[in-house]
Design a protein around this ligand. Structure first.
Ligand code: MLT
Ligand code: MN
Ligand code: ZN
Length: 303
């Protein structure tokens, strides 16, 4: 029986930890050299059913650094080679698509995305650096499981979300819209199942149903409280306004999956303001007591 390998390439939300221009309490600890906060790159995971060919979920702006940090993603044979066979996108935010530009040196791979998110790539001509003759753009049909040919089966599903930040027009943004802008992805191999949801505006009954029975749930851990950014005076936007469920408070993720059989659950896409990033903090203890783990870069789950 084989193993579904899940490598956490990046565990942070947009901006990473620390964020280049940020002096929030968490980033300040890092800048001061406090060992309780570890640096994290922007969220992306790599999956493999055979340990040889890897599927990325999302391509972060830090992808080059992530390849340097993860030998399994480095070229092995001949003069041009990559173990990265495909990239699946959950939305079109900068932290999830900018890394496609890192993969531009005439290497064949497949990009899986919804029709809507493929349109965003098509409308931004910078992505034409991905040579059309060898980089296949494949459209995912929601709720339909398909075979990637890598020993990994994928089933994409819509979650409540919002359009990418750079696509927002003024303040008239529909939050919690269930459309193909924001999706979760279920991946199975060797009878094991991972549910990956790095951005989700609301934990609907459908989200709970899909998470139920998972061997591993990796879920949106952007902020601890809904008003974390406004409270810190960093932004007027709540987690919900950014299309994310806070961990605590009404509708928070901390207890939203309780009662379901989920073997392991961990937070990913963690914003640098989130106090769970401080080892030993009350907030960190709170999520651990509730059965969650905080992912960190370089972590590997073997399912
Ligand atoms: C988000 O997850 O809210 C986005 O990544 C924001 C951004 O694009 O910076
Ligand atoms: Mn993001
Ligand atoms: Zn910060």
């Amino acid at each position: 029986m084989g193993t579904l390998n899940v490598a956490i390439l990046g565990s942070a939300a947009g901006g990473g930890v620390p964020q280049w221009n940020c002096r929030c309490p968490v980033c300040s600890l890092y800048w001061a050299g406090d060992g309780r906060v570890s640096a994290r790159t922007q969220s992306s995971i790599a999956l493999s059913a055979d340990g040889e060919r890897w599927l990325l979920i999302n391509a972060s702006p830090d992808l080059r650094q992530q390849i340097l940090n993860n030998p399994v993603l480095q070229p092995r044979n001949g003069s041009r080679d990559s173990p990265i066979a495909a990239v699946a996108l959950t939305n079109a935010d900068v932290d999830h698509i900018a890394g496609l530009l890192v993969l531009r040196e005439r290497q064949a791979f497949t990009v899986y995305a919804t029709a809507k998110n493929h349109q965003i790539l098509a409308d931004n001509s910078i992505f034409n650096v991905l040579a059309a003759d060898i980089v296949e753009r494949s459209t995912m049909v929601m709720d339909e499981m398909f075979d990637t040919g890598l020993g990994l089966h994928i089933r994409p599903f819509t979650v409540p979300g919002k359009v990418a930040l750079f696509m927002e027009q003024g303040n008239d943004v529909r939050i919690g819209d269930v459309s193909e802008t924001t999706i979760g992805i279920e991946i199975s191999a060797h009878g094991k199942r991972l549910v990956y949801i790095p951005g989700c505006a609301e934990i609907s009954e459908k989200v709970r149903q899909i998470a139920s029975g998972a061997d591993l749930l990796l879920y949106d851990g952007t902020t601890f409280t809904d008003d974390e950014m406004p409270q810190l005076g960093l932004s007027q936007k709540t987690a919900r306004r950014m299309g994310h469920t806070p961990i605590t408070g009404s509708g928070g993720s901390l207890n939203a999956f309780d009662g379901l059989s989920i073997r392991q659950r961990a937070y990913i896409h963690i914003n640098n303001t989130n106090p769970i990033l401080i080892e030993g903090s009350d907030e960190h203890e709170t999520i651990v007591a509730a059965g969650w783990t905080v992912t960190h870069d370089g972590m590997m789950f073997l399912l």
